[in-house]
Design a protein around this ligand. Structure first.
Ligand code: GN1
Ligand code: MG
Length: 555
């Protein structure tokens, strides 16, 4: 009886969101993405998946509608697990199957069969809850409605609309909601401003060279959701003057167009709204949903070229700071893991290894980095493009709390006590659910302040090796299979031999190719001692990909 009711509810709901003709959807490294006008059925069905995920885990799940750094006409959807991380990978095949079910009946059958296989109680015996959010895209509102209807097509499931949010805010809320801690947006803002203030106040006086640390920061909000949120947070920030540009207000330009972290990192060019008046000032750039962050500074007399501080250098700054505090606290042993992908600049990896840190590589895509980081007491991860965070294990957090309260009562004001308190503030400031440009930005600022470091000093940590990225469109990118965290091609095997032969010709040469998880292209990355040699290595490998797989080279 309950089964019949569930079946008819699913059928009625699915009829309203037919699958567009001739399209296939795939849950990639960043969920489903496509043109916003064709996504209603996919988002509706993702609502169903999120509701089932909530039933399965007996906790609250999340769903966010965004296409991050992609153009404004695109949109997308991703599902958050109860701990705030991305949906468990084991459910992706089901998400793909239902996203592509040709008609309401096959969709309903897939859902019922999956529920049976996974022992998910349908029929309302158990309730389900999904927190929803969207970014500022014009297609977001209608897609949110589709998600709501998908969720309510599962008996007993409730959608709670949290509003227009950054992706990391939604993940943070899901995590806190399930922990039973405060989970509203004002709690999120308060947590950032409070822990930032604590960390600023813990700066060692002797390190404070106020002339070296420019108090002003200009932030490019990519005309997305992050700028407006930053405007809110900055009302409660002391010790830093933040000027937010590209906030998405009337007349400021289009989302991600000529601005945003992806543009800045790839083009190495200042975003729109920045000019030579900003010379010498520290600048940062968020992406459209505020989960990526890079810093930069304009180079004089270059027509808005920039000196870039990417995810690798943010990672290095975080690693140094955490390592320094730990070195003062021998009673707090911690296993540190630094997680990167093959796109990390070789100079960054060498730098981190020379600090004595354990550096591990995973395939591209933050879900892989995040998963690896969870294996450590402190797992630091960043993609070069600026997506990353620092995760602390439960055991480490309780040890840290213990050490901190003991030092606070026995040795207040000592260097050791201040080191422990700094670590506590870091754990509160940096988002424990996913990479978060806003919390990352304030952690960077607080660390520079604590260390009394100028932007220049940070830039000079190491010199990036020149690199070049190319992409090639091929007939079938899945013909390429890789191993060793995507650093080697195993199929077609002749390709790796050719890459090895080309790479051996260059000093500090390194090169790999992999099929993109988000675009229908094969990516080529090359690094070498000079820009010319990095370019030439990338080009010659692209020619080989071209001749083996059949393609056109694109910059
Ligand atoms: C070279 C590169 O920047 N790749 C990006 C890009 O993945 P691809 O699989 O390379 O298309 O998008 C992912 C999702 O945003 C991001 O995690 C990843 O770092
Ligand atoms: Mg993003």
């Amino acid at each position: 009886m309950a089964g019949d009711q569930q079946l008819s509810l699913l059928l009625d709901s699915a009829v309203r969101f037919p699958l567009p003709n001739g399209l296939r959807f795939s849950y990639g490294t960043s969920g489903f993405r496509s043109d916003g006008s064709v996504l209603a059925s996919t988002v509706h069905r993702s609502g169903i998946v999120a509701a089932l995920r909530s039933l399965k885990t007996r906790s609250t799940a999340g769903l966010v509608i965004t296409a991050s750094h992609n153009p404004v006409c695109d949109n997308g959807v991703k599902i958050a697990d109860p701990d705030g991380s991305m949906m468990d990978q084991s459910w992706e095949p089901f998400a793909n199957a239902i996203a592509n079910a040709p008609d309401p009946n096959s969709l309903a059958q897939l859902v019922l069969q999956f529920a049976k296989d996974e022992k998910i109680p349908l029929g309302g015996a158990q309730s389900a809850e999904v927190l929803l959010a969207r970014d500022t895209r014009p297609t977001g509102e209608a897609l949110l409605e589709a998600a709501k209807q998908g969720i309510s097509s599962i008996i007993g499931a409730v959608a709670i609309d949290m509003g227009v949010l950054t992706t990391p805010e939604l993940h943070w809320m899901v995590r806190n909601w399930n922990k039973g801690t405060r989970a509203t947006e004002s709690d999120y803002f308060a947590q950032i401003s409070k822990s930032f203030r604590s960390l600023m106040e813990l700066a060692p006086n002797e390190n404070l060279n106020l002339n070296a640390v420019e108090k002003k920061l200009i932030v490019d909000g990519a005309n997305g959701v992050g700028g407006a949120k930053l405007e809110e947070i900055k009302k409660n920030i002391i010790g830093l003057e933040i000027d937010v540009r590209n906030t998405g207000k009337e007349g400021e330009g289009l989302l991600n167009e000529g601005c945003g972290a992806d543009f800045v990192q790839k083009e190495k060019f200042a975003p729109s709204g920045f000019c030579s008046d900003d010379l010498g000032i520290r600048c940062a750039s968020l992406d459209g949903d505020a989960d990526r962050l890079v810093f930069f500074r304009l180079i004089p007399n270059t027509n808005n070229k920039i000196e870039l501080v990417d995810g690798d250098k943010i990672l290095s700054l975080f690693a140094i700071f955490i390592q320094e505090q730990l070195s003062l606290l021998e009673e707090l042993p911690a296993r540190l893991g630094v997680i990167q992908t093959a796109y990390a600049n070789g100079a960054a990896t060498d730098y981190l290894r020379n600090l004595g840190l354990e550096v591990i590589f995973t395939p591209t895509g933050v879900k892989y980095l995040h998963e690896k980081a969870l294996e450590y007491d402190i797992g630091l991860y960043f993609e070069a493009n600026g997506h990353g965070t620092v995760l602390f294990s439960k055991e480490f957090l309780s040890q840290l709390e213990l050490v901190n309260s003991e030092l606070t009562s026995k040795m207040p004001g000592s260097e050791k006590q201040r080191a422990a308190s700094r670590l506590v503030a870091v754990t509160q400031l940096i988002n424990q659910a996913v990479g978060d440009a806003l919390s990352g930005l304030f952690l960077v600022e607080a660390i520079l302040h604590n260390k009394g470091w100028s932007f220049q000093k940070w830039c000079d940590l190491y010199q990036d090796l020149p690199s070049r990225q190319l992409k090639v469109k091929v007939a079938d990118r899945t013909a390429i299979e890789t191993a060793d965290a995507e650093t080697r091609v195993v199929k077609p095997s002749a390709l790796q031999e050719l890459i090895d032969t080309e790479t051996a010709k260059y000093t500090h040469g390194r090169c790999f190719v992999r099929p993109s998880g988000t675009e229908d292209v094969v990516r080529i990355y090359a690094e070498a001692a000079t820009q010319d040699s990095a370019d030439s290595l990338a080009n010659s490998v692209a020619q080989h990909v071209n001749s083996i797989l059949g393609s056109d080279i694109k910059a």
